[in-house]
Design a protein around this ligand. Sequence first.
Ligand SMILES: [Zn+2]
Length: 316
Amino acid sequence: MNTMAQAEDIFLRAKHRTFRGFTEDIEHEWTGPFYFIQAADPQLGLMKAWREGDCDGGGDEWTEEVDLTKQAVAAMNQLRPRPRFMVLCGDLVHAMPGTIFRDEQERDLKMALSGTDPSIPLVFVSGNHDLGNTPTPKTVAQYCSAWGDDYFSFWVGGVLFLVLNSQFFHDASACPQLKESQETWLEEQLSKISYSSSTAPKHIVVFQHIPLYVNNHDEEDDYFNLQREVRQKLIERFKKAGVKAVFSGHYHRNAGGYNDGLDMVVSSAIGCQLGEDTHGVRVVVVTADQVIHRYHTLDQMQKEGMDEDLRKLLQA
Ligand SMILES: [Zn+2]
């Protein structure tokens, strides 16, 4: 029983709006360049659903996605130095809350991720498939019981990271209070940063599933971005607080844009691809001045490790 409890624990580090081991107390100081792995959409079950033209029903075979997740974990485990953490930016599984195969997909994903080296904490971000397109208090509670808090902040090496629940930006009609709570919390986080310069973070980085935008900050609304009005307000708030980059998934292709100091990074999937990219993860190096990132295919990372240019930045 004890080993089971310990094994489960790596999925529940995000509690009380912070992350065990990565609190401000422990990690507020800048100690030099470091890196982390950002990935998205293992989405167990999508491949079969996609092939069979049933995007929302899930399927009963997701071995391919399990294997890709295991490959991502294996490739990451062999990197030296080790990344400080891996963040999975949502759509952990394909089966919507309360639907058939949900439990099995969550179980199999946890199994695949449990091969992660114990020194690399796993940070989870909730996606539309994890919470439902219109989340309810019940679906949010289910997510939190399986993967920890749906929004929280944490510190690593003097950098502040904010994990957001982007479903509240998309459609909070069935959970207005939860959306309000995140708003209040976010405002507090962002204003704290602007006013206390003595404890100011080196950088601020945001993780959320749905990108603010896919290619251009002024693009039309569609399935893959946040609605324009919501998007513009967030961009303003992020810029005002000095947020450097927003990392997301959801698009199953690499994309993104840069606008007035704010880098919007959209990473393709570990799992099912919807464009021309290959299964992969993003390596993100944080230096004193910059947050620099490059997408690595799983094959490439497994064979060659981290991109040489990025590695050099770590030694600077
Ligand atoms: Zn998604």
